[in-house]
Design a protein around this ligand. Structure first.
Ligand SMILES: Nc1nc2c(ncn2[C@@H]2O[C@H](COP(=O)(O)OP(=O)(O)OP(=O)(O)O)[C@@H](O)[C@H]2O)c(=O)[nH]1
Ligand SMILES: [Mg+2]
Length: 449
């Protein structure tokens, strides 16, 4: 480790109680020495905090607390110093400038975390989890991010790699000692079932990744239905706020109105749409309509019907159009006489106007997306798009290996696919450190992180 020393303001700029200026690298002690009036920090123990003043020559700049952390037990594994200044961006900026004037370099975005990764304190999935913690919007996404930070994704990937290595080992043994077993028996009896089992594991991880993505990014929820059935009223009832305009006039909502709610730790990104009408050429109309795109993109459709009206032909078509989606049918206006004339599976009867059964709707949404907290606690979900894309490649490579083995191709052909799968898994945890990937990834962090 012979890194230049980096510094940055780690807190958001703008008036606040405290700002933290952070520094990491070999020279932190020599850089701070001429600037700090207080105890000699270079003689102090790791993980201690010291009171003093930052000085610009003879001029006091700020009264500060300096935390010091000695390598290797630090976030970056380098020597680190954190200066707690008074809030106010000017003073923090001045302290930073003084550090730079004594030889520190301004850190790039995410560079502290990048160093933690490059110095082997965390793997790439853990570094990404740091970002996930910062961006978490609900308890579930925070839990998921913390699992990542604890190294759960890392362990999952490593255990898949162990299975792979075992298969490759088996093949190698056979190549080295051809008399050990005949090739055909090896591939069909030993290698093939193992590849199949591993592919099954990978596909299972991919199968649950949708839940992970939903926990992380929220459920894209689109409220649709004919005009005046009460879509905007449903949005408002869920948001507990009069966000969308509600009137008795058909076609009140013209553009998509959005809102975000948190149902027991799950985030829903709600979109209220314009009522879909005109029975003639309905499908064609929807085709040119934004609503159709929204329906396709949605994780959840809330289809609103008016309890007070008989089911129309348009409703039937729209119900058919959305039947392949995760969907809840909301029978609204139950405070009025029922004229709808039939019942539906997966429906909830509510009154958005009177706030009746809104919690029943919420519970239904939650049940639809989580098999219960227990299952959530016990599993490791992939949620990061990069991880999911790589995992898909791994699944394809295992499929190729399987096909090769089934076709009784020479075992070394099978091994090529397995090795690619091994490398791709390695890319998830950052074992092959691609410079571009790292630059892209860490630039998504804030300065000073
Ligand atoms: N009685 C009763 N009226 C309701 C209920 N929900 C909504 N309404 C009324 O139905 C009318 C239409 O409500 P909106 O929420 O604007 O309906 P919308 O589906 O968004 O309508 P568009 O945006 O025009 O497509 C308003 O007068 C609401 O007050 C309900 O549960 N019971
Ligand atoms: Mg509306």
């Amino acid at each position: 480790m012979n890194n230049d020393t980096i510094a940055a303001i780690s807190t958001a700029l703008g008036p606040s109680a405290i700002n933290i200026v952070r520094m990491s690298g070999d020279d932190v002690f020599s850089i701070i020495k001429p600037l700090f009036k207080g105890p000699d920090l270079s003689k102090k123990e790791s993980h201690t905090i010291h009171y003093g003043r930052i000085m610009d020559g003879n001029k006091p700049v700020d009264e500060v607390l300096v935390s010091l952390f000695r390598s290797p037990k630090t976030f970056t594994r380098e020597d680190m110093i954190e200066i707690n200044c008074h809030g106010g961006s000017f003073v923090a900026q001045r302290v930073l400038e003084l550090l730079l004037s004594k030889g520190a370099r301004l850190a790039e975005k995410g560079e502290f975390t990048e160093r933690a990764f490059l110095n082997g304190r965390i793997d790439l999935t853990q570094a990404e989890s740091v970002l996930d913690i910062i961006e978490a919007r609900s308890d579930y996404s925070l839990t998921l991010a913390n699992k990542g930070l604890d190294g759960e994704i890392y362990s999952l990937i490593q255990s898949l790699r162990e299975d792979l290595i075992e298969i490759v080992g088996q093949i190698e043994v056979n190549i080295d000692y051809p008399e050990y077993d005949d090739v055909e028996t090896l591939t069909t009896d030993i290698v093939l079932p193992k590849i199949a089992a591993l592919k099954k594991r990978v596909d299972k991880v991919l199968g649950t990744a949708r839940v992970g993505k939903i926990i992380r990014e929220g459920i894209e929820t689109v409220i649709i239905g004919r005009p005046n059935v009460g879509k905007s009223s449903v949005l408002n009832a869920l948001l507990r706020e009069e966000k969308a305009i509600v009137t008795e006039i058909q076609g009140t909502t013209r553009d998509v109105v959005e809102g975000e709610i948190n149902i027991g730790g799950l985030v829903l990104n709600l979109m209220d749409t314009a009522g879909i009408r005109d029975s003639e050429d309905l499908i064609e109309r929807i085709g040119i309509d934004k609503s159709k795109q929204l329906i396709e993109k949605a994780d959840l459709i809330l289809y609103v019907l008016n309890n007070n009206e008989p089911l129309s032909e348009e409703d039937r078509q729209l119900l058919d159009l959305t039947k392949h989606k995760k969907r809840i049918i909301i029978i609204n206006k139950i405070d009025l006489e029922s004229k709808i004339g039939r019942t539906f599976d997966n429906s909830v009867s509510i009154s958005a106007l009177k706030n009746t059964n809104i919690h029943v709707l919420e519970d239904k949404i939650k049940d639809l997306f989580l098999e219960g907290e227990i299952a959530f606690k016990d599993s490791t979900y992939l949620s990061n798009t990069r991880h999911i894309a790589k995992m898909r490649q791994v699944s394809d490579m295992l499929e190729d290996a399987q096909t090769a083995a089934e076709g009784l191709m020479p075992v070394d052909m099978v091994e090529i696919d397995l090795r690619s799968a091994w490398n791709t898994l390695g890319e998830i945890i950052g074992e092959s450190k691609h410079a571009e990937l790292l630059d892209e990834l860490f630039s998504r962090f804030c300065l000073g992180k």
